[in-house]
Design a binder for this molecule. Structure first.
Ligand SMILES: [Zn+2]
Ligand SMILES: [Zn+2]
Length: 125
């Protein structure tokens, strides 16, 4: 289910040369996704029409593969807050006694909890 939610808000920042996807935490704005992956044929433009068709198909395959990596990575970092219905990252999501929720909702609803991932970590890509 989380993967579907992540996929729904996944941003495609890919170009003709690089595959890049990201999801932004609804609370802190941190970005999660994949490291930029270079298209394997980026350095060798097709010289014939046949090659063009083949390269287009390769691009499509690599695009799809990179997207799956991004969704998998982001899904590991994101949580669905049942109160505000946003996707927030592990640093912004609290394990509470009754219902796990994001830090902002926990503050508003006066709930205590521990973050899934305490402290600041390097941006996980
Ligand atoms: Zn966050
Ligand atoms: Zn929330």
């Amino acid at each position: 289910m989380l993967r579907k939610l992540v996929e729904a808000i996944l941003e495609n920042l890919s170009s003709k040369e690089v595959f890049l996807f990201r999801v932004i935490c609804g609370s802190c704005g941190s970005e999660y996704g994949n490291r930029p992956i270079r298209f394997s044929k980026a350095e060798a433009p097709p010289t014939t029409h046949s090659k063009q068709i083949i390269y287009d198909a390769i691009y499509e395959q690599e695009f799809y593969a990179a997207k799956q990596v991004a969704i998998r990575n982001a899904a590991e970092q994101m949580n669905y807050c049942p109160i505000c219905k946003r996707l927030v990252c592990n640093q912004c999501f609290l394990i509470c006694d009754d219902l796990d929720m994001c830090t902002q909702c926990a503050t508003e609803l006066e709930q205590q909890g521990n973050p899934v991932l305490p402290g600041i970590v390097e941006v996980a890509m």
